[in-house]
Design a protein around this ligand. Structure first.
Ligand SMILES: Cc1cc2nc3c(=O)[nH]c(=O)nc-3n(C[C@H](O)[C@H](O)[C@H](O)COP(=O)(O)OP(=O)(O)OC[C@H]3O[C@@H](n4cnc5c(N)ncnc54)[C@H](O)[C@@H]3O)c2cc1C
Length: 545
């Protein structure tokens, strides 16, 4: 990803005169007086402003205290990635002096991004840099008070980070100032994790959906529309379907249970995705795809799960877990898979409190200088072990079989073998977890010798494969024995149309399945992306029938 900018000039470049002239065609002239608020923190109903004369102050507001981030003059423009999605502004903008501006609406901004490559490049680069700046400087409307021993704290931190929503985190265990904040908002220690939303609203251990609602992450989603395409899931396959669908003129809604990125979002470094020779973190890849989808006009609803698919006739209805429903003339199921769990009775008690299913910088921070164990022999386990070895004191890699050769890519095996901070433990299975509130000890057994050992390990990473997310489909489409969705030539008898099913089409014409959720798919980012984009071609054909 781009470097976090240090200079205001990187964040507020001046457009060239010719570019301003091209933009003026799409905008409306506005004048503001000195001190007038051009748009405020939390507002979503304004466009992007280009300064023609005078200057504007861009202001961060934290706990009601203002700090001027920059004063910008002729040729500069406002906005960040929230401008594409219709989310609320994270900064305040005030006229530094009497000024003339052009305001460009969100719809026109999209038009410019799609038609004027040179201006589009400037806007998108700057929007991304600004969001990075806000995240790294904790500028915004979210304060999270939590504890490193709390699973819900980890959940909320992960949710905000993966949605690219800047937030300040205060840890009750480590920060001496926390009591003052708790007192200020009349919060008891038992209420944490607590999210202070927009400086005033206190949410006590909110669900992801409640946090999304408060920060307006789903602002601008039109639930009454009949979409050309509804995509369920915003992992790599769903995001690819959204980018290709929206860029080819389809009216697309993506529904995502959690945050964009899917399983790939929990990968610290993907090294086999074409075009990224140094690797790319799953979150970064997802973040870029998310912006790309929004640039083309796809709407993406987060923290909202599909609960059922009514597939008897088109338009299909996708019922959501909050009781709402949305309609689409075609559906792409891109719901992927979820992590397989170990058969340990008290596992749930430690999930997020010592047991993790992803190794990202958020988890790495928690286990800095501690011993950790990673379970699994696949590429995801290998990546996690390598990534964690740079943060943890030592990594134990537990594998049920004799070694890694059959399950892991050769490049990862070589790195693990060469890394003195990783101990490979073949024929080893976790037998018990112990701890009080947080994982404290892990007992594992070596199946060849029968010897069991208990280790003082507070962080266990489970990377043992995944099961498909298909229970919500209630057998609406045909599944295989392992509950993956059958498509195309794999389908059994009973196909209702005279034409043959398209590649990636399920037993219901017009409903497609892509990525890890599809029976027989290759469980890789590149193939998920490929399938998501291919399915859009067949969606066009179905819509034309
Ligand atoms: C830790 C890890 C590391 C990996 N590393 C690599 C790698 O280096 N290279 C590689 O090629 N592959 C890697 N993989 C595999 C790769 O990530 C997956 O193959 C890929 O993410 C599959 O994409 P997908 O979109 O099909 O599904 P997923 O990534 O599983 O995404 C599915 C999405 O659907 C959402 N969803 C599920 N049910 C619902 C519902 N009912 N309503 C709404 N939303 C729903 C989920 O929340 C999720 O966001 C890794 C996987 C893991 C777990």
């Amino acid at each position: 990803m781009a470097q976090i900018p240090q200079e205001p000039a990187d964040l507020f470049p001046s457009l060239e005169e010719a570019q301003i002239a091209r933009l003026a065609v799409f905008g409306e002239a506005r004048t503001v007086q000195k001190g007038e608020i051009v748009f405020d923190l939390g507002s979503a109903d304004h466009g992007v402003f280009v300064v023609l004369e005078g200057s504007l102050e861009v202001i961060g507001v934290s706990n009601g205290v203002e700090s001027v981030l920059s004063i910008v003059g002729r040729g500069a423009f406002t906005g960040d990635v929230s401008q594409l999605s219709g989310r609320r502004s994270l900064v305040r903008c005030r006229a530094h002096e009497a000024s003339s501006l052009i305001e460009i609406s969100r719809a026109n901004l999209r038009r410019i991004l799609q038609t004027d490559a040179a201006i589009g490049e400037v806007f998108l680069r700057v929007f991304l840099l600004r969001r990075l700046f806000l995240i790294s400087h904790h500028v915004g409307d979210a304060l999270l008070i939590g504890s490193s021993h709390s699973a819900d704290t980890l959940r909320l931190r992960g949710f905000l980070s993966r949605n690219g929503h800047p937030h300040t985190y205060v840890d009750v265990e480590r920060d001496p100032d926390v009591q003052a904040i708790l007192d200020q908002f009349d919060i008891r220690a038992t209420d944490i994790p607590v999210v202070i939303c927009r400086g005033t609203l206190v949410l006590r251990n909110p669900s992801n959906a409640a946090a999304a609602e408060c920060f307006g992450l789903n602002a601008g989603i039109d639930e009454a529309a009949v979409y050309d395409l509804i995509v369920v899931g915003a992992g790599p396959s769903g995001l690819a379907a959204a980018v290709y669908g929206a860029s080819e003129g389809l009216n697309v809604l993506v529904v995502e249970s959690s945050s964009p990125g899917g399983q790939a979002g929990s990968s610290s470094r993907i090294e086999n995705y074409l075009g990224f020779p140094n690797g790319i973190s799953g979150q970064e890849l997802a973040g870029r795809a998310f912006i790309q989808a929004e640039k083309f006009g796809a709407q993406i609803a987060v923290a909202r799960s599909a609960r059922a698919l009514k597939c008897a006739r088109s338009p299909f209805t996708v019922e959501l877990d909050d009781g709402a429903s949305v309609q689409g003339r075609s559906v792409i199921v891109a719901a992927g898979a979820q992590y397989r769990k170990l058969p340990l009775s008290n596992l749930g008690q430690f999930e997020g409190a010592g047991v993790y299913y992803g190794a990202t910088p958020v988890e790495a921070q928690l286990c800095a200088n501690d011993e950790v164990a990673v379970v699994g022999g696949g590429n995801s386990a290998g990546q996690a072990a390598m990534f964690l070895s740079a943060h943890a004191k030592h990594v134990h890699l537990l594998v049920r079989g004799p070694g890694l050769a059959e399950t892991m890519s050769r490049y990862l095996i070589s790195r693990i073998e060469a890394c003195p901070d990783i101990t490979l433990r073949p024929f080893t299975e976790v037998e018990a977890l112990e701890g009080n509130g947080h994982l404290e000890r892990v007992r594992w057994r070596q199946s060849q010798t029968g010897a069991a050992d208990t280790h003082e390990i507070q962080h266990l990473f489970l990377m043992t494969g995944a099961c498909p997310n298909t229970s919500w489909l209630e057998k609406c489409v045909e599944l295989d024995q392992k509950e993956f969705i059958k498509t195309g030539v794999e389908l059994g008898p009973g196909w209702p149309l005279r034409r043959a099913p398209y590649l990636l089409e399920t037993s219901v014409p017009g409903v497609f399945a892509v990525g890890d959720v599809r029976a027989g798919s290759i469980k890789r980012v590149a193939s998920a992306v490929g399938e998501g984009s291919m399915a859009v071609q067949f969606v066009h054909q179905v819509l034309a029938e």
